[in-house]
Design a protein around this ligand. Structure first.
Ligand code: SAH
Length: 470
């Protein structure tokens, strides 16, 4: 190890910042965050930098650097593009044993700045010892995406209850186990949602009732198929749930990302093939949560768009079971983007409608008159079986038979195919082609943009990293 990572308490202490440009400004922002008093020294100091320093009640000294500026400082950062000044600053600091950082010049530094992930009070510093700063930044980007933005709330929670928990457990191992469970269960979720007070109450409840482990349900939208379209929150909850209920729309590569040891329950849901009726699914969610389990209900797309998510949480609410609903990318957004069909466009569509194509008893129970305007895009979910009826009804209510219409098959997956026809020709075309569910029907002028905007890059980029199962 070439460098020892240490965290520097700069609150209220003076730091000399030599330089007045953008690089100095970047460093000043960090110093400000750490509560330092900045002494900025340079013949010219940019307005933004001067304002920032003033805000933090620091000093602005518009003159050339000299060693008198080192008086009373605990740290020095040199951020000028003048090599002579940088050398001088470094030399002066070394002779005084003052820690110095010269930006982008590790040889002159006695301390180096890491790439930072800030979830205060949790702070992560990543360093390559100045050898590969780009790599350090890439690692930071990875961590940024892995660690929820509100993680600091969790650290605050732990800090507030630290003494109380310490008093409660004399045995260090028991205390560690308690924290591990508390920092990944319902209390953690409350803290991450920003409700520290409720989170604290939940931890206290767990201290008082160690047996009363409370379950919770995560109703999570898994997006339309490509695992890269999951949200960070979805992924986090997928990796912490103990039981997962999923249906056919959830692709294999997405299921692969669920915690390995989680129990998996298939609850079906293909047209007319319900492995479990909806009411049974609702009840199962309640039962599992009452057993104290963290239950993931994984749904294709978005849980609140033709997903019956509302019904599933209604029973949970009645039973006072904590739950969260996590939005997902709905099939319309996913398919449209991957097919190069903008859902709205200034020249073609001023609005978009998501319509169910699952027509009750094959009848015309949709408000067809509202669907025929030319300035809108129609997106039919579950429309494959009723395609002929949808086309007939729209045309007979006045929509032009030549309106462009696309059927997107297995959208966003490696097997996506886009069939572009007209409203009139599509049903016949589909009848003579092999088409695999799920499919989405997009109707409107925007479909004509597909040829121009379609994406030629093979989908493999995203999906092939996972074994694609459908
Ligand atoms: N909640 C889901 C929709 C559930 S209804 C969402 O927000 O996307 C099921 C219908 O969604 C399917 O019949 C199909 O029309 C559509 N669908 C879901 N995933 C799809 C995909 N990858 N490609 C095409 N259509 C899809």
């Amino acid at each position: 190890m070439d460098y020892l990572p240490l965290f520097f308490d700069l609150r209220g202490k003076t730091v000399l910042l030599v330089g007045g440009g953008v690089v100095a400004l970047r460093k000043a922002r960090l110093l400000q965050k750490a509560g330092a008093k900045i002494r900025a020294v340079a013949p010219e100091i940019a307005v933004d930098l001067a304002e920032l320093v003033k805000e933090g009640a620091g000093e602005i000294i518009r003159e050339n650097y000299s060693s008198v500026h080192l008086n009373d400082v605990v740290l020095v950062i040199s951020a000028t593009d003048d090599a002579q000044v940088n050398n001088q600053v470094a030399e002066d600091c070394h002779s005084r044993r003052l820690p110095v950082n010269v930006v982008d010049n590790p040889e002159l530094c006695s301390v180096i700045m890491p790439a930072i992930v800030d979830r205060s009070p949790l702070v992560i510093g990543i360093s390559s010892g100045g050898e590969a700063p780009v790599l350090a930044r890439m690692v930071r980007a990875k961590l940024e995406s892995l660690i929820p933005a509100a993680y600091g709330g969790l650290a605050q929670l732990a800090s507030r209850l630290r003494d109380r928990v310490k008093r409660h457990f004399t045995d260090g191992d028991a205390r560690r186990r308690f924290w591990e469970s508390a920092l990944s269960g319902p209390a953690a979720e409350l803290a991450l949602a920003g409700d520290l007070r409720a989170a604290e109450a939940e931890v206290v409840r767990q201290l008082d009732h160690p047996q009363g482990k409370r379950g919770e349900v995560y109703l999570v939208g898994a997006g339309p198929g490509d695992p890269d379209l999951l949200t960070f929150k979805a992924l986090r909850l997928m990796q912490q749930a103990e039981v997962v209920l999923y249906d056919r729309l959830v692709s294999e590569p997405i299921l692969d990302l669920v915690r390995r040891d989680a129990e998996r329950i298939y609850v079906g849901k293909k047209r007319a093939d319900h492995a479990l009726e909806q009411t049974k699914i609702n009840q199962l969610l309640v039962d599992l949560a009452l057993q104290g389990k963290r239950v993931l209900r994984l749904k294709g797309g978005d849980p609140f768009i033709f997903g019956r998510g509302g019904e599933e949480i209604e029973l949970l609410a009645q039973n006072q079971i904590p739950f969260q609903v996590v939005p997902g990318i709905t099939a319309a957004s996913g398919c449209a983007c991957y097919a190069g069909i903008p859902l709205t466009h200034r020249d073609y569509a001023q609005s978009v409608r998501f319509v169910t194509g699952h027509l009750k008893d094959d009848s015309c129970n949709l408000s067809w008159n509202e669907l025929i305007g030319d300035d809108q895009t129609l997106v039919f979910y579950m429309g494959l079986a009723s395609l002929g009826e949808i086309s007939r009804q729209l045309i007979s209510h006045g929509k032009s038979p030549s309106t462009p219409a696309a059927l997107v098959e297995q959208g966003t997956t490696r097997r996506q195919r886009v069939h572009v026809q007209t409203l009139e020709s599509l049903p016949d075309y589909i009848a003579h082609n092999d088409v695999h569910a799920p499919t989405l029907l997009i109707v409107g002028g925007v479909v004509s943009l597909h040829d121009k905007l379609k994406w030629y890059e093979p989908r493999e980029t995203a999906a092939a990293r996972f074994k694609v199962g459908w």
